[in-house]
Design a protein around this ligand. Structure first.
Ligand code: SF4
Length: 434
């Protein structure tokens, strides 16, 4: 039982690194604490609680996490410092050594963070020790006033050779369709219009409830008030024809997909233990284009994986260049302790990784430019969001083109916008409301 009065008036700071799922989970913790009277500490204010949600996807991420912990401990002496997330799960002993850290919770214990913060501030209540808890912890949060992130699944059973996420987040599990529909209905009551479905391996939805991802999206599509859904990322082998046909004819699922390819070389995919080859990936791309010609397709790629020789990279590069992809997100392979990839003998030097990243980024830039350019002069629906630029609004079209426009009308509305050209720094299209 959580005592709310012990927290009223306390101040907290939150720091998150990593994926959308982490951001969604931090927002949920912040919301729950806010409901109990905890406010966010302003820049110059001393916090009573520091909540740090870490990532361990690369060595750089580990380093950033350590830096953030040191910085927050120094800025908020005496605060109750909770560190959670993948880095905390994988390297709890590293974090415990840092002076000032009060509590280290693995990813699987993240759902108990609020309870443990309350325990700390409740006099006479014994501290509860963290235990392994593999239950699905629900999370739905509003990222930026217009877009909500609904966690539908957590964990992964795939064990790709380069990845530590299954060790950090545990086995695949999910909320029930009914509970997720109820959360989407709550978002609609709060006035939310767009929901991004997040998870670690979303297409694997249903492990714990015997339901399917298709059943989930069919049910969500019927929630009144939610006008847009996006699927944050889905493995190519789990992007079934049923899912694609449903999205193509659905009321609210947007023509926008994010699909991890990781490598355009079959040999590298084999070394990664990915569950598809380039021919299956190409079929999926083709099928998306047949059913939804306007769809934005974002694709993740890792360069410099152990075993990726120059020849294999060139093969991958040629494959990537001819796919109907709108944007590539490039990551440099990072050695992670405990992963099977460390047994692969051929290592790629940091310089080669840098050059390969640049080559994929060049392909990506050309693809994104071509994708955006074909819509100049057309009219598309845009969900208006606040922009950092004064007097401007920004937003995304249904097919995920970033748009900037001058307007005084309120955000969180979907309006028809004519796309007129490129903005000054060529990062978005300009538009005018029609
Ligand atoms: S599918 Fe592979 S890369 Fe993705 S989380 Fe699971 S193990 Fe990691």
């Amino acid at each position: 039982m959580i005592s709310e009065t012990t927290l009223a008036g306390r101040k907290a700071v939150y720091f998150t690194l990593g994926c959308k799922l982490n951001f969604a989970e931090t927002s949920t913790v912040a919301q729950r604490l806010e409901d109990m009277g905890v406010t966010r500490a302003r820049k110059d204010e001393q916090a009573d609680i520091c909540f740090i949600n870490t990532c361990s996807v690369t060595e750089v991420a580990d380093h950033k996490c350590r830096q953030a912990i040191h910085r927050l401990v120094k800025l908020h002496p005496g605060a109750f410092v909770v560190v959670t997330g993948c880095y905390a799960q994988l390297r709890p002993e590293d974090i415990s050594k840092i002076e000032g850290v009060s509590l280290v919770l693995g990813s699987n214990e993240k759902g108990r963070a609020v309870e443990m913060i309350c325990n700390h501030f409740t006099e006479g209540t014994e501290k509860t020790e963290g235990t392994e808890n593999m239950a699905f912890v629900p999370s739905c949060s509003c990222g930026d006033r217009t877009r909500y992130f609904l966690k539908v699944q957590d964990g992964c059973d795939y064990f790709c050779t380069y990845c530590t996420i299954p060790f950090a987040r545990g086995r695949s599990r999910n909320g029930s369709v009914a509970s997720l529909v109820a959360q989407a209905e709550e978002v609609a009551r709060q006035g939310g219009k767009e929901i991004v479905l997040t998870g670690v391996n979303i297409g694997d939805f249903g492990r714990t409830t015997g339901e399917s991802f298709l059943q989930l999206i069919e049910a969500l599509d019927q929630v009144q008030g939610i006008e847009r859904y996006r699927i944050s990322s889905i493995e190519p082998n789990l992007l079934t024809d049923d899912v694609l046909r449903f999205c193509a004819g659905s009321r609210a699922f947007m023509p926008h997909f994010h699909v991890p390819l990781q490598s355009g070389s079959d040999e590298v995919l084999r070394l990664m233990h990915r569950r598809y080859d380039t021919s299956l990936f190409a079929q999926k791309m083709q099928r998306i284009r047949e059913l939804m010609p306007d769809a934005f397709i974002g694709v993740d790629v890792i360069v410099g994986m152990r075993g990726e020789t120059d020849e294999l990279f060139q093969e991958a590069r040629r494959f990537m260049d001819c796919q109907p992809v709108s944007q590539y997100h490039v990551f440099s392979y990072s050695e992670r302790p405990g992963t099977k990839a460390l047994n692969i003998p051929h290592r790629v030097s940091p310089q080669e990784k840098k050059e390969r990243s640049q080559q994929v980024l060049d392909i990506s830039r050309a693809h994104t430019r071509a994708f955006y350019t074909q819509y100049i002069g057309t009219v598309r629906p845009v969900l208006l969001e606040h922009s950092k630029r004064k007097g401007m609004l920004s937003g995304f079209t249904d097919n995920y083109i970033k748009v900037e426009l001058c307007s005084t009308i309120r955000d969180n509305q979907i309006v028809q916008v004519r796309l007129t050209g490129w903005n000054a720094d060529e990062t978005a299209l300009t538009g005018e409301i029609v």
